[in-house]
Design a protein around this ligand. Structure first.
Ligand code: B12
Length: 137
């Protein structure tokens, strides 16, 4: 299964991004890593180009929210992305924040799976379970 990943916006934190690529590879995913400083259009263009079923976005500097507000509109402007599984994680606000408020907000922006300051392996276990439940894996 193909996954497009990267770090959204003007965010240069690269370490988690490399770990995500390695961990997804170890779990048998085919990974297209766009790296740091990636804009939403680039994510969706890569999804279309590769035929990826999962888009996994990271944000570490807390700026994701500013970008995520536009995501539903942007996604709708591409064809055939209705079944794309959208996942986001890292530091999803500036400061610590409260996951009970942050998670529903990001789900409302259009993400299926949201992980604020959650360990990567927990997030990837949840992704695999989610894909299994939908018969995708
Ligand atoms: C190293 C570092 C830097 C380096 C980055 C070098 C590089 N090229 O990567 C430098 C010094 C350049 C830097 C710069 C900045 N940084 Co900095 N940085 C850090 C630091 C110390 C460690 C980050 C790191 O690599 N951790 C190791 C990785 C493995 O851990 P991680 O990033 O947390 O990722 C894990 C989880 O978040 C999770 N995860 C990540 N993505 C995803 C996705 C999913 C789906 C899931 C499930 C999980 C997941 O899994 C990862 C592995 O467990 C953190 C503080 C800290 N202790 O975390 C601050 C930190 C991330 N930085 C911060 C900030 C603010 C900045 C700057 C804006 C500072 C400034 N004013 O200039 C700039 C960023 C500029 C920009 N354009 O982005 C803040 C972010 C604050 C926030 N979100 O509220 C932090 C948290 C420091 C702080 N406490 O204030 N930084």
């Amino acid at each position: 299964m193909k996954v497009v990943t990267g770090v959204v916006g003007n965010d240069i934190h690269v370490v988690a991004n490399r770990l995500i690529e390695l961990s997804l590879n170890a779990r048998g995913f085919e990974v297209f890593n766009l790296g740091v400083n990636t804009y939403l259009e680039e994510f969706f263009d890569a999804v279309v180009e590769t035929g990826a079923e999962v888009l996994l976005i990271s944000s570490l500097n807390g700026e994701a929210e500013g970008w995520s507000r536009e995501i539903k509109l942007l996604k709708a402007s591409y064809k055939n992305l209705d079944n794309l599984v959208m996942m986001i994680g890292g530091n999803l606000v500036v400061g610590s924040g409260d996951a009970d408020e942050i998670v529903p907000k990001y789900k409302n922006y259009g993400f299926d799976l949201v992980f604020h300051q959650v360990d990567l392996n927990t997030g990837l276990d949840t992704l695999e379970e989610y894909l299994k439940q939908r018969g995708m894996r």
